[in-house]
Design a protein around this ligand. Structure first.
Ligand SMILES: NC(=O)c1ccc[n+]([C@@H]2O[C@H](COP(=O)([O-])OP(=O)(O)OC[C@H]3O[C@@H](n4cnc5c(N)ncnc54)[C@H](OP(=O)(O)O)[C@@H]3O)[C@@H](O)[C@H]2O)c1
Length: 285
């Protein structure tokens, strides 16, 4: 049986799919995670961690709007795959580095889903090439901070009024181990992720009175388009097997799982936390 209560091994005619309410026990005694009836917005859902989260959220019963900026075909593919679970799943083009696009993205979500219960601020970029500080241009610094950090402020800025009206919400910005220990030669990336962690903590106390919970999920190395060039190199493979106690990088699905947990009612008394998902690299996170 999987975490949604679907007994995969049963023949089709006998298979029962249960629509578990949160915090209820099924007759097998297991506690199941469900987002049935929830409306979610996930940024950067066309690839990697965001795509895995879109699929998992839809499987858990949520309606989902997600954005892409360039990868339209990948986005449509995810929309189709996630849509198979029977909930509403829609891709929308928006550049999270643009304030006005974030406004359009939130307005579109409300127009299509009618409400907004969960915001996963996931879209981001990383520079695979080493970039020493003395060579880092002002534009490179500004672009990184705009796409990775200002975007998170911006999408939350437009989402929060709806959550305040609803008197509830879950906001999950995606940070990184780099935001906690820094990242040499990628210092603007580390700074953007450190900023997200500070934003998470500040907003958790600011928004608690509205029953809006803010927790950040902080991945370590994850095998996605963002980091595969490094992870697939000889040096990257050696690094993963020695630096990460579990001996490998995570899959995108292994990050989406903890995001689902934080988004669910199972985490209703958690706010202001940074959930490290890094294969045991405790000294890195
Ligand atoms: N991979 C890792 O090792 C790792 C480790 C720690 C933290 N993280 C964080 O996890 C998050 C997801 O990373 P990932 O590995 O899944 O990356 P990815 O595979 O490169 O996917 C990035 C996603 O973000 C979207 N995106 C990028 N720039 C955007 C923009 N300006 N406007 C709108 N959408 C934009 C992309 O859209 P398109 O497909 O349209 O380009 C794509 O959907 C990021 O915040 C990243 O920093 C990743």
């Amino acid at each position: 049986m999987n975490i949604f209560g679907r007994v995969d091994s049963w023949p089709a005619q006998q298979a029962l799919t249960f629509n578990f309410q949160l915090s209820t026990f099924n007759f097998f005694g297991g506690l199941m995670i469900s987002l049935a009836g929830k409306a979610a917005l996930i940024t950067g859902g066309s690839r990697g961690i965001g795509a895995a989260a879109v699929k998992l959220f839809a499987q858990a019963g949520a309606d989902v709007v997600f954005n892409y900026v360039k990868a339209k075909d990948a986005a449509l593919q995810i929309q189709q795959e996630a849509g198979k679970h029977g909930t509403r799943v829609e891709a929308f083009k928006a550049d999270v580095g643009k304030h006005v696009d974030n406004q359009r993205l939130v307005e579109h979500t409300i127009a299509r889903l009618g409400r907004l219960d969960i915001l996963v601020a996931n879209a981001g970029v990383w520079n695979p090439e080493d970039l020493p500080i003395e060579k880092m241009t002002e534009k490179q610094w500004d672009d990184m901070i705009r796409i990775n950090l200002k975007s998170v402020y911006s999408i939350i800025h437009f989402a929060v009024p709806h959550m305040i009206k609803q008197k509830s919400g879950k906001i999950i910005p995606i940070s990184s181990t780099a935001g906690q220990r820094g990242e040499s030669l990628h210092t603007h990336y580390g700074a953007s992720k450190g900023g997200i962690i500070s934003l998470t903590k500040g907003l958790a106390t600011e928004l608690a009175r509205h029953n809006i919970l803010v927790n950040s999920v902080a991945p370590g190395w994850v095998a996605t388009d963002m980091s595969n060039a490094v992870l697939e190199s000889k040096l990257g493979q050696k690094m993963a097997s020695t630096v990460i106690p579990l001996g490998r990088a995570a899959t995108a699905e292994e990050i989406a799982g903890p995001i689902l947990f934080v988004a669910s009612d199972l985490a209703n008394f958690m706010t202001g936390e940074v959930i490290n998902v890094n294969g045991g690299s405790v000294l890195c996170g």
